[in-house]
Write a protein that binds this ligand. Structure first.
Ligand code: GLA
Length: 379
């Protein structure tokens, strides 16, 4: 039991779960006000939470790691690295919105692999945001919880992430992917009917330390690009507004790496819209081509891939039973997302695991994912 008898709750506790996510396509576009095509998955974080009768003590337990952390709700700040910062960040952001949060005990566990690009962080943040909202009857709507969770990451973790992960974790729906316009926040559900195909993640089990610093660097490179492009095309506010032709016409004005970052974002937005159309047409071949283009653009233009991910994608090339593969998420490690004919999954996994071990001396983790509902209050 994660709560002691002395800290008797004022009301029954609740259990909330929030999932990690996949992203079919649309990487590093969210913080550029672009388009993404994510979905929530059957890997999640579950929080059991109850009031503990104190006015300001929060006791947290990571049930899997058997680690605890307590903080004073009236006086706390991010410190060291670790999961507690995500939770404190969510509490802080809800307080900024005016929430009155009393003392609580919470235990959580999850099966979203950490550092895998499947957004275990959004699962943790959103499960707490939804749980606190319910337990203390805060009355926030889903978008407020999504944005508070995103801001928790900016302010308490130091990653200036976009909105995709928290959005997917809260809004996800069984067997549906979502086309989100990260500027207007309008979104549309698309049925994901893979038929003979299986969504397969290959977790490279590497997580390079560059991930967080380079993420923020990419974001500022895009901002630098917009500042320069704005002098040529005053009507733009961000890369979302720039056409491919306009970007190419301004190439000489941009420092070379900045041009490539902008090129990735502008082209990736177009790919997302094409991919949504391919899904509607049930055209997995076309979707797969777009996924490969996305990968090579992330590898060469955006430079957020790594040798392990490139190797995994290369292993899928020229296999007619795999229409598409690419790195997924922020990059520098984590997973590739692959669309593989169901009947050939076993054979492929065996082959790629062997070559990956030979090449890097690392065991690969294959993960068959299903698309599931977003955050839920279980009881
Ligand atoms: C991380 C961030 C997201 C998004 C992706 C890249 O997952 O949290 O906001 O930027 O990287 O697409």
């Amino acid at each position: 039991m994660y709560i002691s008898k002395q800290q008797a709750p004022a009301r029954e506790g609740i259990t909330v779960q929030a999932p990690g996510r996949i992203n079919i396509i649309g990487e590093h576009t969210d913080y550029n006000d672009g388009f993404v095509l994510p979905a929530a998955i059957d890997k999640k974080t579950t929080v059991m939470i109850r009031r503990n009768g104190t006015s300001s003590t929060a006791n947290l337990t990571d049930s899997k790691q058997q680690k605890s952390f307590s903080f004073d709700l009236r006086n706390f700040a991010p410190h060291e690295k670790g999961w507690h910062n995500y939770v404190m960040g969510v509490v802080h952001e809800l307080q900024v919105l005016g929430a009155e949060i009393g003392g609580f005990d919470a235990g959580f566990r999850g099966d979203v692999p950490i550092g895998s690009g499947m957004s275990s962080s959004a699962a943790l943040e959103c499960s707490f945001a939804v749980a606190l909202n319910e337990l203390f009857q805060l009355g926030f709507d889903k978008w407020q919880l999504i944005k508070a969770s995103q801001m928790a990451e900016h302010h308490f973790v130091g990653i200036k992430c976009g909105i995709m992960d928290q959005f997917a974790s809260v809004m996800g729906r069984h067997d549906q992917v979502m086309l989100l316009d990260c500027r207007s926040l309008e979104f549309q559900y698309f049925p994901f009917e893979p038929g003979d195909y299986q969504l397969l993640l290959l977790n490279s089990n590497v997580s390079h330390s560059l991930a967080s610093s380079e993420y923020n660097t990419r974001r500022s490179e895009c901002e630098e690009g917009v500042a320069i492009l704005k002098k040529e095309i005053p009507e733009i506010t961000n890369l979302r507004d720039v056409g491919l032709g306009q970007l190419l016409a301004c190439r000489a004005k941009l420092p070379e790496p900045v041009f490539r970052r902008c090129h990735h974002v502008v082209a990736e937005n177009l790919r997302v819209l094409d991919a949504a159309k391919s899904l509607l047409d049930n055209n997995f071949k076309k979707l797969g081509e777009l996924m490969y283009q996305s990968h090579f653009s992330l590898q060469n233009d955006y430079e957020v891939s790594c040798p392990e991910l490139d190797f995994l994608v290369t292993q899928t090339l020229e296999k007619a039973y795999i229409p598409g593969s690419r790195m997924m998420g922020g990059g520098f490690g984590g997973c590739t997302i692959n669309i593989v004919e169901k009947q050939r999954v076993g054979e492929f996994v065996e082959q790629v695991s062997k070559s990956y071990r030979n090449q890097f001396g690392i065991d690969l983790t294959p993960i068959k994912v299903a698309i599931e509902d977003g955050a839920k209050i279980l009881q």
